[in-house]
Structures are given as structure tokens and as C-alpha cells.
Write a protein that binds this ligand. Structure first.
Ligand SMILES: [Zn+2]
Ligand SMILES: [Zn+2]
Length: 404
């Protein structure tokens, strides 16, 4: 600090001056609590609340990340509406984020200050049964992502009243800055634009991976995708990457049906229920598709998708349901005699640590569309407008951009 900076300033409270001056310099962030603007979930049904919260310095295995871009995924909207319950409030939402590492704890390895990172919505703890096999998407800590605290069980955020603030998915990406465990970080190449990088945090691996890793779509296969939002549109392009020759995309929104053709759909349908089943059977010589993907509203869309799937085919569910919809109306006898498989997929059924660099390489090779997924961008203060646009079917993906 220059000596001149310490000159008394009559317009400033002397007691506060040293702290305010230090806070403007990047280096003194170390070890300090900073203020950060964040979008908070306070109660179901209420809009996201934009508030300044206190963010503590990272612990030994954590990093402070300046968020540059964060995608508006449907999952956060499920939480806001109360369809997906979280264990506490308030909580910083946002789990589809990319940014720059500003500070790391003493035990952090493989991530350095200045690195560009994608934040993963399931931490790969590295020590559990699943992480030991490289299956970070199945990490034993995964079920804790709706709880609120950090991976170590403590909190780094507080609101204006001093109450602990949770971080959804241990990410809390709808904030200017966040503190996450190194288990939630994947370092990426600096040439990748942050808005595109944020998409490979969730919807791109979720969709492309469901086709490639869960259903294992093969050359010449037929595919039905029900719900062409962030996940579904990436199933469409994932199926195309796998060489599927019939890709039927079903969505009630005209925008998404139009876009689905650009992403590789060979047929688009504006149909639901029995009408959907009849249309798919007609397109597949009465057999049904080899693989169907249920990317929205499974309680209502899984039964017709099951009926529209061929014998020995796969039905992959990626869409979330309300916790209360516990029963799927699938006839057990038909399940056996048709020899179909119903399977769930989270994070594209493969480790985000493996998938994220791989997907970004596919993008750089011109084989994966990322820019085309973004309909429009928002400031953090416009987050509720962003979710209104998502709910109205106006967006394929909205992305929040933070000030540089
Ligand atoms: Zn998501
Ligand atoms: Zn683990």
C-alpha cells in the first residue's frame, strides 16, 4: 500500500478506512471474509432474493472462485417452486457455474489461483467406494447436495442477520463469489468462454452422457426424446454423435421443436400421451424406438415413453420429479415380457471429471454445439425474469453473466 493512501480523508470514518482500502486490493482477500451479491432461496414459491451476504475465506481443502457465468437450470426452479426440497433456508441457488480461482486453501492440490474452473454439482470426494472406481457421479457425498453445508459439514456464508446460508449442490453458483471444496472443481482450458463452460457443468454432460453412457446409443439406432430443454436437447445432439439415424424430438414449445432439428432431430412432434405413442410407432414401423429419454415430468411422460419403446429397448429417465410422486404406473408383467430396461441417469452416468474435458474437446473440434444452446443472458438481478422465461418455454438456456 502506498504511503499516500494513509493520508487522512475528512470524508471517511477513520476507524473504517484501513479495512476499506485493503478490501479494494486483490491480494488481501486471503484469509478474510468478503461481501458478495447472491440469489437466495428463502421459501418455496417466492422469487429468488438478491442479497449481499458474508462469504468466509476457504478452508484447507477449499477454493474461492469468482463466478463469471452461471446457467439457469430447471433444477433450481424446482427448488424455488418447492418441488424439490432442500434441507434448509436460506440457500444460495445455482449449480451450473464456471469462474476463476482467486484463492486456495493450504491442502488444495491440482487447482491454482488464476485457473479457470467448472463447478460440478456432485462433489467427487475422491475417497468413497464410488470415487475409488472413478465413478464421481455416484459419489457417496452426492445425496448431501441438498443439505446446505460445505463438504466438511460447516458453513462459509451468512446473511445480514448472521444466519448460516447454505450452498445448493455445495456450489451456490448464483453469486459473484463462492467457496467450494476442491472436490467440486474441474480445471478447464483458458480459451473456453465462460458462458459455454458453465453449460458443461450440468445440461451438456447430463444429456450427451445419457445417450452415450447410459443407453449406449449405437449407429443406426432410433431414439425418442421427450422434453427438449437443456438436458433433452443435449440428448438429441448426443444421439446424433452416437450415429442414431432416427431421432424423434417431442416438445410442446415450438421454439424447442425448431431448435431440435438444428441439433440433429430427424422428426419433431408436438404430442403427448397416446398421440405421442401412436406417432412414434408410425415412424418406427410399429416397433417403437430403441431408446427413449424422459427429460421432463416423468410421472406423466414415462408411461407413454415406455409404450413407445421397442422390445428390449431402453427407457432412460433424466428429468426430476417432485419427491411426492413415488410410484410409476408401469405394468410389471409388460416390463418382463417386453424385456425393456428402465434406467435413471444423473450427470450423464459418468464422472464429470472425465466428461467435462472430453466434451470441451468435442466442442473445440466442432462436433458439439454449445453456443447454440444459449438463448439469452441476464444479470444476476434479472434472475427471476430468467426463470419466468424458462417457465414460459422462451429459453433453451438462459445464462447469468457477472461483471468482470
Ligand atoms: Zn442443472
Ligand atoms: Zn466420493
Amino acid at each position: 500500500m502506498a504511503a499516500g493512501d494513509r493520508r487522512p480523508n475528512p470524508s471517511t470514518n477513520d476507524r473504517l478506512r484501513p479495512r476499506r482500502q485493503v478490501a479494494r486490493r486483490p491480494a488481501p482477500l486471503h484469509g478474510r471474509t468478503v461481501q458478495t451479491l447472491a440469489a437466495l432461496f428463502r421459501r418455496p414459491g417466492a422469487p429468488a432474493s438478491i442479497e449481499t451476504i458474508a462469504l468466509d475465506a476457504p478452508g484447507p481443502t477449499e477454493a474461492l472462485v469468482r463466478v463469471v457465468a452461471a446457467g439457469l437450470c430447471h433444477t433450481d426452479y424446482h427448488v424455488m417452486r418447492g418441488d424439490r426440497r432442500v434441507a434448509m433456508t436460506p440457500m444460495v441457488l445455482g449449480h451450473e457455474a464456471a469462474g476463476i480461482v482467486e484463492q486456495v486453501g493450504a491442502q488444495v492440490a491440482g487447482v491454482a489461483v488464476g485457473d479457470h474452473v467448472v463447478l460440478t454439482f456432485i462433489p467427487g470426494c475422491g475417497v468413497c467406494h464410488w470415487c475409488g472406481k472413478g465413478l464421481h457421479h455416484l459419489c457417496a457425498q452426492g445425496p448431501r447436495i441438498t443439505q446446505g453445508p460445505q463438504l466438511d459439514g460447516t458453513y462459509r456464508r451468512r446473511d445480514h442477520a448472521g444466519a448460516d446460508v447454505g450452498a445448493f449442490c455445495m456450489v451456490g453458483g448464483f453469486a459473484e463469489r463462492t467457496v467450494v471444496d476442491q472436490a467440486s472443481l474441474v480445471v478447464i482450458e483458458k480459451a473456453i468462454p465462460f458462458d459455454l463452460a458453465s453449460l458443461v457443468a450440468c445440461c451438456v454432460p447430463a444429456g450427451v452422457g445419457a445417450a452415450r453412457n447410459r443407453a449406449r446409443v449405437a449407429k443406426g439406432d432410433s431414439v425418442l426424446v421427450v422434453g427438449c430443454g437443456g438436458d433433452g436437447m443435449n440428448v438429441v445432439q448426443g444421439a446424433k454423435l452416437c450415429g442414431a439415424t432416427t431421432i424423434i424430438a417431442a416438445d410442446i414449445a415450438p421454439l424447442k421443436r425448431d431448435l431440435a432439428r438444428d441439433f440433429g432431430a430427424t422428426h419433431v412432434l408436438d404430442a403427448e400421451g397416446d398421440t405421442l405413442v401412436a406417432a412414434v410407432l408410425k415412424l418406427t414401423e410399429g416397433r417403437g424406438v430403441d431408446h427413449s429419454f424422459v427429460c421432463i415430468d416423468p410421472p406423466n411422460t414415462l408411461p407413454p415413453a415406455f409404450r413407445a419403446t421397442a422390445r428390449a429397448g431402453n427407457v432412460v429417465v433424466t428429468g426430476l420429479s417432485a419427491a411426492t410422486s413415488a410410484v410409476l404406473p408401469i405394468p410389471p408383467l409388460e416390463l418382463v415380457t417386453s424385456q425393456k430396461a428402465i434406467m435413471g441417469a444423473v450427470y450423464g452416468f459418468a464422472s464429470p471429471r472425465v466428461q467435462i474435458p472430453e466434451l470441451l474437446a468435442l466442442y473445440e473440434a466442432g462436433k458439439l454445439k454449445l453456443r447454440e444452446l444459449i438463448t439469452r443472458t441476464y444479470r444476476l438481478a434479472e434472475i427471476n425474469q430468467g426463470y419466468a422465461d424458462l417457465a414460459a418455454g422462451r429459453n433453451l438456456r438462459g445464462v447469468i453473466l457477472f461483471d468482470p
